[in-house]
Design a protein. Structure first.
Length: 208
């Protein structure tokens, strides 16, 4: 790395490199994200990317970490909306869908790309944990507020699996005949909410 580069210069080039990696992934898949292709797209020598990242996996990890952080920030902002736990949970749900559909390639990169030995990348681990905690926090609030009953972690995984599955199938065009996504999502949420609320009924009968 040239000695005259400031930390700001280094960070700026790393950001540019990550942006190009994200674009190549979006356009052509993970196989297109090679150090040689990144160098070509940036107009630098083939060895330049290695001065900023150890390898392709390090670049993808950085791109995914940034996406997880953006995703978590969007959900955290929604969770601060005024209202009760149910209203804030609805806001978080809308923010989730907004992110997935406004940044589909980032969403795909976050969840559909697995990397070997992810523990090698502390920033990716941190960002992924932040996103997961953000997604589970609203479910804990719903249970604590009496809107739902059950184990918050298990409920969170069930709701997440449903939402993620619908999004991935929708983005892949696999839901045929193509339904109205808003209606499909609303119906699925209604069914899950009804089931989670039904878990309270035996306790309510015993208490009466």
């Amino acid at each position: 790395m040239p000695r005259n580069l400031s930390p700001t210069d280094v960070a700026a080039f790393r950001d540019r490199l990550c942006a190009v990696a994200a674009r190549l992934f979006a356009e052509r898949g993970p196989g297109a994200v090679t150090m040689r292709e990144l160098a070509r797209a940036l107009g630098v020598s083939a060895m330049t990317p290695y001065r900023y990242f150890a390898d392709k996996e390090s670049i993808l990890a950085a791109v995914r970490a940034a996406a997880f952080d953006d995703f978590a920030a969007a959900l955290e902002a929604a969770a601060r909306a005024p209202g009760n736990a149910a209203e804030r949970a609805a806001a978080v749900g809308r923010a989730y869908l907004d992110f997935a559909f406004s940044q589909p390639h980032a969403y795909k990169l976050m969840f559909d790309l697995s990397q070997p030995d992810e523990q090698r990348f502390p920033e990716l681990v941190r960002a992924g944990q932040r996103a997961r905690l953000t997604m589970s926090a609203y479910m804990e609030a719903l249970v604590a507020g009496g809107f739902l009953a059950g184990d918050p972690e298990m409920l969170g995984q069930i709701f997440w699996a449903m939402i993620h599955g619908l999004i991935v199938l929708h983005l892949a065009g696999k839901l045929q005949p193509k339904p109205d996504f808003a209606t499909l999502h609303r119906t699925a949420m209604s069914l899950l909410l009804r089931g989670a609320q039904a878990d309270r009924q035996p306790d309510q009968r015993r208490a009466s």
